[in-house]
Design a protein. Structure first.
Length: 170
């Protein structure tokens, strides 16, 4: 038993024997996924897009991207499982499930570049990245592979969104 649990039981002998891990597993696990006040899908909606992208375009992802998604999805699953039986599995008084929010954001972080790559730049073309808002800037981020780097278009003095696409998009 941890020092914290032992001292809390000394202060309040009415605490359950398994304190601070007495919540039934299914309550914490399903609560983190689907409870309206704490659902990771509600507070990190890019996770839904990440799941859809993985289902639709998994074979088109490079091995590095697959490894990233697998590693951080396993991390997210491990966090949810670890905190599922904790007394306050959701980290009460916080919006969403605060204990798993970092792991959820790491999975969701890569979703927008993956969606753009899966559509072979169609989103970027529809949004017309060379919009008027960017015309005065000298350096603007551009995607090269999956890394955000500054790119310069020396022909007109303005930054341009240069993305060296792979052969599957050409």
């Amino acid at each position: 038993m941890s020092v914290f649990a032992r001292e809390q039981k000394m202060l309040n002998p009415a605490l359950p024997g398994a304190y601070p891990f007495e919540t039934p597993f299914h309550v914490g696990f399903l609560g983190a996924l689907f409870k309206p006040e704490k659902s990771i899908f509600l507070f990190d909606p890019l996770l839904v897009l990440a799941v859809v992208l993985c289902a639709v375009a998994w074979r088109r992802f490079r091995p590095e991207i697959r490894a990233y998604l697998i590693a951080f999805s396993v991390l997210l699953f491990a966090y949810i499982c670890f905190y599922a039986t904790f007394t306050v599995w959701s980290g009460d008084f916080a919006w969403g499930d605060r204990y798993v929010s970092t792991a959820a954001q790491l999975v969701a972080f890569i979703t927008v570049p993956l969606a753009d790559e899966a559509s072979c730049g169609a989103w970027r073309d529809r949004l017309d990245i060379r919009s008027h808002a960017y015309r005065g800037q000298r350096v603007r981020p551009a995607f090269v592979g999956d890394v955000l780097v500054p790119a310069r278009d020396l022909s007109n003095g303005h930054a341009s969104a240069i993305r060296r696409s792979s052969s599957r998009c050409e």
